[in-house]
Design a protein around this ligand. Structure first.
Ligand code: DC
Length: 224
């Protein structure tokens, strides 16, 4: 199905974009709970494709093979960081260094992106809205989202946050985050970018609750 044929429902969408470790995956489900919408972590969709490519031994130097795999793969994002795939509930398996390395290749593939955007729009359509976090939600997936947030934070702090659920050193994580920031923002298809009408929040030194409260307040003001 072409992207154009999937109607977008934007009145009830909160788009939360930003680089790795900026706080999106922590803040977004809490925002969703407070405003009474469901949450979709779109990064997990790209991660499960990278995981599946490794699991099914897809030729990762062949963009067409990755694109075909993305069209065919069946998975379900369950919330709370869990993805159901091939009868398994994946969580930490989606955040290994191998998956994190391959995911930027997968996410730069235009066929993969078109298919994931199509699925994200269907997800929203079937729920009448949602809180989606990613890199391109406010620019490409839902450019008319009612509220767009762009989270940023210092590289050091982002690496420290990610190190809490990883065995790798903070330095190695910082290097990987910097590499992914570069690939994500320089790729041709739907790059990581702040939408002109997005509200930027620097989460460095802010508590999770403070960031959540700020976003919920902005949403409430739009819905009076
Ligand atoms: O948020 P994350 O680190 O789990 O995202 C994994 C990768 O997926 C990241 O390198 C960028 C990519 N991604 C993307 O290109 N577009 C999205 N909407 C979400 C994630």
């Amino acid at each position: 199905m072409s992207l154009a044929r999937v109607k977008t429902v934007t009145s009830n969408v909160i788009a939360i974009d930003g680089p790795a470790g900026s706080g999106k995956s922590t803040v977004s489900p809490l925002v969703a709970e407070k405003v009474g919408l469901e949450h979709l972590d779109t990064g997990l969709m790209y991660r499960v494709i990278a995981y599946g490519c490794l699991d099914q031994q897809i030729e990762t130097n062949d963009p067409a093979a990755i694109g075909r795999f993305a069209d065919e793969i069946e998975f379900e994002a369950m919330g709370n960081g869990v993805v159901e795939y091939e009868g398994q509930s994946l969580t930490s398996e989606l955040r290994t260094p191998e998956v994190s390395k391959l995911v930027s290749v997968v996410a730069a593939n235009e066929d993969v992106r078109n298919e994931m955007v199509r699925r994200q729009r269907i997800w929203v359509q079937s729920r009448g809205g949602g809180v989606l976090d990613g890199r391109d939600i406010g620019t490409a997936v839902f450019p008319d989202a009612k509220l767009k947030i762009f989270l940023i934070a210092d590289l050091d702090e982002r690496a420290k946050r990610r190190s809490q659920d990883s065995a790798e050193s903070v330095e190695a994580i910082a290097a990987d985050i910097a590499r992914r920031d570069k690939v994500d923002s320089e790729r041709e298809s739907m790059p990581l970018r702040k939408a002109p009408d997005a509200i930027e929040i620097d989460t460095t030194g802010l508590a999770i609750d403070e960031v959540v409260a700020e976003i919920v307040e902005k949403w409430s003001k739009l819905n009076v």
